[in-house]
Ligand binder design. Structure first.
Ligand code: ZN
Length: 178
């Protein structure tokens, strides 16, 4: 599929899948803003050279947070995109603490492109914590999240200097504010 068509199809599909979902932050941003940010970070970090990666950025939370299956993604977007989304999806049958532990353990074993999605995802999540933290999160919980995100990001090094440096800057800024 031609790159622009693949990406716009992914954006359209993600908008439908996540319709009505909002971020946990106090400003209740549409969830779609997060997906747009992740896709854009990936496009910038790769200088627009990897359409499948940008499409996977739009779709990275569909398996985890909506009813979409790997088979459906493969049919609509091809195996390359479907495999990337599977790689960055938690197993929702596991308890949350175990899923978080596994993200740290799995990060160094992910493909380079999946690690880039993880970095872009964590950058976007930290940015939204900075701008609009969830109302019910105390400072300790925010610090725990930041510590955890840094451990996941530590396993995602060596794949993209632009994303790695942006993550470090965002994490440092978050730590300053907390
Ligand atoms: Zn995400």
């Amino acid at each position: 599929m031609q790159g622009l068509v693949l990406i716009s199809r992914a954006a359209d599909f993600a908008a439908r899948c996540h319709a009505g979902q909002r971020r946990k932050g106090a400003s209740r941003e549409p969830y779609l803003n997060h997906l747009a940010e992740v896709a854009h970070l990936l496009a910038m970090a790769t200088d627009g050279a990897d359409a499948a990666l940008v499409a996977a950025g739009w779709l990275h939370d569909t398996i985890e947070d909506t009813d979409v299956s790997r088979e459906q993604l493969a049919e609509l977007f091809g195996d390359d995109v479907a495999v990337l989304v599977v790689e960055v999806s938690d197993d929702k049958t596991l308890p949350k603490a175990e899923r978080k532990r596994l993200q740290i353990a799995h990060a160094p074993h992910l493909s380079a492109r999946a690690r880039m999605i993880k970095l872009a995802d964590k950058i976007s999540n930290l940015r939204s914590l900075l701008v609009s933290p969830p109302d019910d999160w105390e400072r300790d919980r925010l610090i725990d999240y930041l510590d955890w995100a840094e451990r996941v990001a530590a396993g995602c090094q060596g794949v993209n200097p632009a994303l790695e440096s942006l993550f470090r800057k965002t994490a440092a800024r978050t730590r300053d504010v907390l």
